[in-house]
Design a protein around this ligand. Structure first.
Ligand SMILES: C[S@@+](CC[C@H](N)C(=O)[O-])C[C@H]1O[C@@H](n2cnc3c(N)ncnc32)[C@H](O)[C@@H]1O
Length: 317
């Protein structure tokens, strides 16, 4: 089944969701995504009927509101997108800048959908005042309204009636998780951004994050985290500390565009950490998931930079 996508979003886990899903128990009451972005993981779960309820949260308020509208008022959002998209017939670039200015003034989530669809490489950028400052893509028109409508209706069909959407700091979400929840976290990566990343309105502190995970461990809440990884032998970001007792699974994410440009064969691996409660339940061991077509080339893959010897698993991603 082709899983609908509400909008393209940098850092989306759409391509890795199927692999991550393998670590989810069979029947889950609720999946909680404190760093939801475009909610790719929850959508992949909903498409397979993995949970009864979903809690999507993102600190970026217009983004969270947009997800909420897409889920609950899909027709209205599609119509608004269509009229905004059509209005650019005259002067597309000028129209984009007008919409961007209006969005920065009003924070209207429906305008954000147009900006997400129409900005350069679909990659949002915010300045230090939190204002959206990405330029329009001069070569692409953005998603056609018919296609957008199909996606939006598809997302709504999967999540409506079983989803709550909030715009809180992730720590408030974690504090209100229930024992039976499974939490999937995909925070802004430290390797890319430190604590300020122009791609997102807010970043997080590594130390605060570790404290929050320690508290989840004390409560026995099951969770998984996509966090940093490595490019070839070069790991990025500080690994999460051993005392959290996490199981590290690496997932091959493909060749970086930088490496391709330089003619190198370095492949990016993203880290997925599983809480001890979850890895015990799923009998999960540290391992590396390779894309099926590269597994033969990687037979001499050395030990993971995190010191654990990975098992080899080939996955059609
Ligand atoms: C890597 S993106 C998540 C991408 C998502 N997994 C997807 O598939 O689209 C990280 C998200 O965390 C959000 N974020 C940043 N700081 C946050 C905070 N303190 N609390 C909650 N969300 C936060 C950002 O707005 C961003 O949307």
């Amino acid at each position: 089944m082709k899983i609908p996508q509400p909008f393209q979003y940098q850092g989306s886990k759409r391509a890795l969701a199927t692999t991550i899903l393998q670590y989810l128990p069979h029947r889950v009451h609720r999946i909680v995504e404190p760093f939801a972005g475009s909610a790719a993981f929850s959508l992949a779960c909903a498409a397979r009927g993995k949970a009864k309820e979903y809690w999507l949260n993102d600190f970026n308020k217009p983004l969270a509101q947009l997800i909420g509208l897409i889920v609950n008022q899909p027709e209205e959002v599609s119509e608004f997108y269509k009229s905004t998209w059509r209005s650019e017939d005259q002067e597309p670039l000028e129209h984009y800048y007008q919409v961007r200015e209006e969005f920065n003034r009003t924070n209207d989530p429906k305008l954000l959908l147009y900006l997400l669809a129409r900005c350069v490489k679909a990659s949002v950028r915010y300045n230090s005042d939190g204002l959206f400052n990405q330029s329009p893509d001069k070569r692409r028109l953005g998603t056609h309204p018919d296609r957008m409508k199909n996606n939006i209706l598809g997302v709504s069909m999967l999540l409506r009636g079983k989803t709550i959407v909030t715009a809180q700091d992730y720590r408030d979400v974690l504090a209100n998780c229930r024992d039976e929840d499974v939490v999937y976290m995909d925070p802004p990566y430290q390797g890319v951004c430190g604590e300020r990343d122009a791609r997102y309105v807010s970043g997080i502190s590594f130390d605060d994050f570790v404290v929050a995970l320690d508290q989840l461990n004390a409560r026995g809440v099951r969770y998984m985290i996509s966090y940093d990884g490595r490019l070839g032998e070069q790991s990025y970001g500080e690994p999460l500390p051993d005392y959290l007792d996490l199981t590290l699974v690496e997932i091959e994410a493909g060749r970086s565009s930088q490496a391709t440009l330089l003619g190198r064969k370095d492949v990016t691996f993203e880290s997925l950490y599983l809480s001890q409660t979850l890895s015990n339940e799923m009998s999960a061991l540290p391992c590396t998931h390779y894309r099926a077509n590269t597994s033969q080339m990687q037979l001499l893959e050395p030990t993971s930079p995190y010191g654990k010897i990975p098992q080899r698993v080939s996955t059609a991603l």
